[in-house]
Design a protein around this ligand. Structure first.
Ligand code: NAP
Length: 308
């Protein structure tokens, strides 16, 4: 409790590890709380094809392990624990982890975001059974079965394409006929022989029997007409929400819960910085998160210098 750290980094995706790398190389002896599931969302991603420097692509978990190893080589201390809460009422700030209190001059929040669920009737009973938000984690359970993916963004296209490795058929269900997904991702999905795309459909209700998921009632949002789809697996890929609950409302966020930057990467609280998907309402890429992690580490270094 008596040691006051220079900087504690909370969260361990590309933003956190890059912040860790830069602040370790700046001799700030950073401490990171990586969470029980360290590595963030990219641990649930199959192939990363758009991070510069990997011409053949790289697996998400592999990249996260390499980022961690690189930061640790320069002295980042990583603990695979979740932060329960923080006390930002006075400096040094308090970070509470499993009942233990850590003191720090600066904090970088890089906790990222978590999947949003549809919350359609019947969903709760099938969560973690027939209905998932992670194809990489659960896709292999649906070998030779028919599955559906809900969403019109890059995640939905990526999940649909990934699921063709296991499923006999993948139906991609989107509520409009315009896709947010990048052209290459939607083209890849639409050309795949195992993927059928259904537009203007949204899940009205999930259907199941004693064995598990059997399908869903799909509704056309334009006129309310419905049809049933038979699937034993469903993957919801409708976006993410930022993880900020542990901040207890002490840092200003926007109406969707994203942390707001006030000066460069500093938040509304002096000495508390934020980087990556917990801030980013627009780009949400591994490369932009890593870039912002670098910016946050440099901002912390300069801010700490100004304190003396
Ligand atoms: P996203 O781009 O926000 O797309 C979410 C999709 O879900 C949208 O098509 C949206 O429909 C739909 N949706 C939202 N709420 C819904 C609801 N209640 N019912 C039905 N549909 C709903 O989210 P994302 O696909 O997770 O991507 C997030 C970010 O990560 C993006 O910036 C993306 O580029 C990035 N990403 C990149 C890669 C890659 O480059 N390999 C892979 C995955 C994600 P509407 O369009 O109608 O709003």
């Amino acid at each position: 409790m008596s040691t006051v750290h220079n900087v504690i980094i909370i969260g361990s995706g590309p933003a956190g590890y890059t912040a860790g790398l830069y602040s370790a190389r700046a001799m700030l002896e950073p401490l990171m709380f990586a969470g029980y599931m360290s590595g963030g969302q990219l641990m649930l991603t199959s192939d990363i094809e758009n991070f510069p420097g990997y011409p053949k692509g790289i697996g998400g978990p592999e990249m996260m392990m390499e980022l961690r190893e690189q930061a640790e080589r320069f002295g980042l201390e990583v603990r695979d624990q979740n932060v329960e809460s923080v006390d930002l009422s006075q400096r040094p700030y308090k970070v509470i982890v499993e009942g233990e209190t850590f003191l720090t001059h600066a904090i970088i929040v890089s906790t990222g975001a978590e999947s949003i669920w549809l919350n359609a009737p019947g969903e709760d009973e099938q969560k973690g059974r027939g209905i998932s938000t992670c194809a990489t984690c659960d896709g292999a359970f649906f070998k030779n079965e028919e599955v559906m993916v809900i969403g019109g963004g890059d995640s939905a296209c990526e999940e649909a394409t990934f699921l063709t490795r296991f499923a006999s058929k993948v139906t991609l269900v989107h509520r409009r006929d315009v896709f947010r997904a990048s052209t290459i991702m939607i083209e890849r999905a639409s050309k795949h022989e195992k993927i059928e795309i259904k537009t203007f459909r949204q899940v009205k209700e999930w259907l199941s029997d004693e064995k598990g998921l059997t399908g869903a009632v799909l509704e056309d949002p334009r006129d309310g007409t419905t049809e049933n789809i038979n699937v034993t697996g469903a993957f919801i890929a409708i976006g993410h929400k930022p993880i900020t609950g542990f901040l207890g409302g002490q840092v200003e966020v926007d109406k969707e819960g994203y942390i707001i930057h006030k000066k460069h990467t500093m938040t509304s609280v002096e000495g508390v910085f934020a980087a990556g998907d917990v801030v980013d309402t627009r780009y949400k890429q591994a490369i932009t998160a890593a870039g912002m992690g670098c910016q946050a580490a440099i901002d912390v270094e300069k801010w700490l210098e100004d304190q003396h």
